[in-house]
Ligand binder design. Structure first.
Ligand code: PMP
Length: 392
């Protein structure tokens, strides 16, 4: 029976990790893997999380089941960050649950939309590759459009055309901020315009927030999403704590529904619960519990914000340094200064990417995506020189 299966192509980034690991050159640079790196190239556990884990270790007295919704204390503690302090439930129109990472939340959002009748996902590409994979796995079509018009602006006309091509009830997937992989985000005015277009067409928006605090600031990074949510009757929000709390393998995410009224909200959440139950029964607890402890404790929250600000500041320094370099060979680096978050696309082809790896021990995805966090004071000049060398 199993011999009938086709072998799937391995994840290209995982292959890249192995190549990088086996490279003996001491000055090798990894711009491939999608995790934050500090100045030393490490991805350490946040000190605020370590402190929360110590509390959890001392105080947790049961590991009994919680239920498909996971740690509701975590889900509620996160809400003011996403939806604002003033009215985090938007008048009782929002409910949520914990999910296994942002991935679980995206899966749940797409599946719930499908259960409600969605046939397609409107998706700006390139995107996080799993958006397409999850949609395909569920049997949803993709209405793809170019996310970026050029190196620094979104292609708003392409988005409008794709919305026009969608059917009523289809999903509109939008990255909250720090777009993966282009780093190019919508302006506040565009968010409001998209809200109007989505509503006119009767689309169900899914706002995927995976990098809050890594772009311009904790509040700034959700300003567009909040402006959007203020305009629409219903939407879903998928949230990942895996970057902004450094939880990665602990798989910490949340899923929220905004509905027009309490009845619809209850109906949506009962469906989300039953989908979660059928998919993973309940999310892993540890990471969500640690984030809850951080967010409920004033001092730990202050430390978390400080750690996040340090990450954001370092990413900003890298972007400013690249921007100030101007050009490297044929590559204009100035747009990278205006991007947000971990990722940007370099407009270079496979030969240059291969030459960077072969001749300079610089590793990046075949798509041209770089994770700028792989750069630091010690290697950024060498990176710019190498890029100049392979594209001259
Ligand atoms: N959405 C986007 C845009 C992402 O880039 C990622 C992964 N980095 C996710 C969702 C999923 O995050 P997680 O690792 O929490 O599953």
């Amino acid at each position: 029976m199993l011999e009938k299966l086709d072998t799937q192509s391995p994840d290209a980034l995982l292959a890249l990790i192995k190549l990088h690991r086996d490279d003996q050159r001491e000055d090798k640079i990894d711009l491939g893997v999608g995790v934050y790196r500090d100045e030393e190239g490490e991805t350490p556990v946040f000190r605020s999380i370590k402190a929360a884990e110590a509390i959890l270790h001392d105080k947790q007295d049961s590991k009994s089941y919680l239920g498909p919704e996971g740690d509701i204390g975590f889900v509620n503690a996160l809400m003011p960050y996403v939806f604002g302090n003033a009215d985090p439930t938007m008048g009782g129109r929002i409910a949520g649950m914990q999910t296994p990472g942002g991935t679980g939340a995206v899966r749940l959002a797409f599946a719930l939309a499908q259960a409600a009748g969605a046939k397609s996902v409107v998706l700006g590409e390139p995107s996080w590759p799993n958006h397409r994979q999850i949609a395909r796995d569920l049997g949803l079509e993709i209405i793809s459009f170019e996310h970026a018009a050029d190196a620094s602006t979104t292609d708003f006309e392409a988005l409008k055309t794709a919305i026009a091509d969608a059917g009523e009830g289809d999903v509109l997937l939008l990255h909250g901020s720090s777009h993966n992989p282009t780093g190019i985000d919508y302006s506040l005015a565009q968010w409001q315009e998209i809200a109007r277009l989505a509503q006119e067409k009767g689309l169900i928006p899914v706002l995927d927030i995976a990098y809050q605090g890594l772009g311009e600031g904790i509040e700034e990074d959700v300003a567009g999403a909040r402006a959007f949510l203020a305009e629409v009757p219903e939407a879903m929000v998928t949230y990942s704590c895996d970057k902004n709390f450094g939880m990665y393998r602990d798989r910490v995410g949340a899923f929220y529904v905004l509905a027009a009224d309490r009845d619809v909200l209850d109906k949506a959440m009962s469906n989300a619960n039953s989908l979660a139950r059928a998919n993973w029964s309940m999310p892993p607890d540890h990471g969500g519990a640690a984030v809850r402890i951080v967010l409920r404790d004033t001092e730990l929250t202050r430390r978390w914000k400080e750690e996040l600000a340090a990450m954001r500041g370092r990413l900003r320094w890298i972007r400013d340094t690249l921007g100030k370099a101007g050009t490297a060979g044929s590559v204009d680096l100035t747009p990278l200064a205006s991007h947000n978050g971990l990722f940007s696309m370099l407009p270079i082809g496979p030969e240059s990417i291969e030459a960077l790896r072969r001749d300079h021990a610089i590793y990046m995805a075949g798509s041209g995506r770089i994770n700028i966090a792989g750069l630091n004071e010690g290697n950024i000049d060498r990176f710019i020189a190498a890029l100049g060398d392979v594209t001259a």
